[in-house]
Design a protein around this ligand. Structure first.
Ligand code: FE2
Ligand code: FE2
Length: 177
């Protein structure tokens, strides 16, 4: 029976917690833009719904951090700031960019969860089941974003690359500190 590496486990929970918090902040930034400068009620509703899922994800990892006596990443304030800016900025650029932002981030998170699932042992079945469920939610968000006009063509491909690279860097750093 495969056992989970304890150090890896801490890294997983720390980074998942940071990532889910980042996701909420991105949505908050988008909602801010969509209720002020770029008013769009239907997009707002959709994002609000996805944000509810992220809240559920975040709450789970928050509890895990407390239960396991861990420290969250030191960089939470930085991720908060970056998340809100990214969300706000992409929503200002328009629906295509906002949805691209969601699609790119969710895709990175989905494959990040997939990776973790491979490394979690049978001693962490509950965590595994949760991550499995969250991964499905993220895939769903990604599909919603693509169906809502996310475009990674032309100039948008630059935004796509920046967001993907940024998310991966954030993941690597938050695993460690
Ligand atoms: Fe999430
Ligand atoms: Fe999501």
């Amino acid at each position: 029976m495969k056992k989970t590496d304890k150090k890896k486990l801490e890294e997983f929970i720390r980074v998942d917690h940071a990532g889910e918090r980042g996701a909420i902040k991105i949505y908050e930034g988008q909602l801010l833009a969509l209720s002020t400068i770029k008013q769009d009620e239907s997009l707002k509703k959709m994002i609000e719904e996805m944000k509810e899922h992220e809240k559920e994800h975040l709450e789970y990892f928050e509890k895990e951090i407390q239960k396991r006596n861990m420290k969250p990443t030191y960089l939470l304030p930085l991720w908060d700031l970056m998340g809100v800016s990214l969300g706000f900025g992409t929503a200002l650029l328009g629906k295509k960019a906002a949805m691209l932002c969601t699609a790119s981030v969710e895709e990175v998170i989905e494959s990040h969860y997939k990776n973790q699932l491979k490394k979690l042992g049978n001693d962490e079945m509950i965590l595994k089941a949760k991550i499995e469920k969250f991964k499905k939610d993220e895939a769903n968000h990604k599909n919603i974003a693509y169906n809502s006009g996310a475009s990674s063509k032309g100039l948008y491909s630059i935004i796509d690359k920046v967001i993907r690279t940024g998310s991966r860097i954030a993941i690597t750093i938050s695993e460690k500190i």
